[in-house]
Design a protein around this ligand. Structure first.
Ligand SMILES: Cc1cc2nc3c(=O)[nH]c(=O)nc-3n(C[C@H](O)[C@H](O)[C@H](O)COP(=O)(O)O)c2cc1C
Length: 240
């Protein structure tokens, strides 16, 4: 198993990190510079009447975006002057279309904004099968019937905080719709992993899978995809 994972990891690394133009291979055991242990405030989302939750994890990289709408090959989009992670940007577009409640999955240990320490930290967490502690909580989880779950592909898998999230909440019979951004590997096996972790949930098979190179210009595609889910129609029918 271990050797298969190592081969997959190496394949994912060569696809994604070559595409990024970053070749760093994590091998340093010391804590990465820029890794902070500052605890962000506990955050909960306001309780609204929506039955749609858009939960996402995203780490905008700390790159110079002066005068740019998007930085090719980096995990960042500039939208109306604000620097957003790719998945964060997509989550906001989905929220605008579906009107669901937006929830950012955050960890108590803040990830480094610089690329090399970030990939190093992510690799170490994956090797350790870590469950990073979450700093954000959903108090009113029961009210949601549909969960759109967004995350970047990290080393051919979900970021480890997604494992914490999926193990912390019981999705029961909720409908889950993943949306993934990536640097060339697509969704890898992540959708299958979600259904293994949440066997009771209905995982819709029309996940949105977006290359980071397309994220900045993806508003039309994301909106069409979100409208095509007919989530609002379902809600309107329920309210009648
Ligand atoms: C730690 C790390 C590992 C990554 N590993 C992969 C990978 O294995 N395959 C891939 O296609 N992209 C990989 N990428 C690229 C990200 O999936 C891509 O940049 C994504 O859009 C980042 O989303 P975010 O800005 O919302 O965090 C990796 C990026 C990071 C930071």
């Amino acid at each position: 198993m271990k050797s298969i994972r190592t081969i997959l990891l190496l394949l994912a690394m060569s696809v994604s990190l070559t595409a990024c133009g970053k070749e760093s291979v994590p091998n340093n055991e010391s804590p990465p510079p820029g890794m902070s242990s500052t605890k962000p405030e506990q955050k909960t989302i306001p309780s609204e009447n929506s039955n749609i939750l858009i939960a996402y994890f995203s780490v905008p990289e700390d790159v110079d975006t002066t005068g740019a709408d998007a930085v090719a090959g980096a995990s960042v989009v500039v939208s109306e002057g604000e620097k957003l992670g790719n998945t964060q940007y997509v989550a906001q577009l989905i929220q605008q279309t579906t009107g669901g409640d937006l929830f950012r999955i955050e960890t108590t240990q803040v990830y480094p904004g610089d690329h090399d320490p970030l990939v190093e930290q992510a690799a170490k967490e994956q090797d350790a099968d870590a469950r990073p502690e979450l700093a954000t909580q959903i108090d009113n989880f029961d009210q949601y019937e549909i969960v759109l779950l967004g995350y970047p592909n990290w080393w051919g898998d979900m970021p480890q905080p997604l494992y914490t999230f999926l193990e912390e909440y019981d999705f029961g019979a909720k409908t889950m719709i993943p949306f993934i951004t990536h640097g060339g590997s697509g969704a890898s096996r992540t959708v299958e992993t979600i259904s293994e972790l949440q066997p009771g949930a209905l995982i819709r098979d029309n996940a949105l899978i977006l290359s980071r190179n397309d994220v900045a210009a993806s508003a039309g595609e994301v909106t069409d995809w979100a409208e095509g889910l007919h989530l609002n129609r379902k809600n309107e029918e329920k309210r009648r």
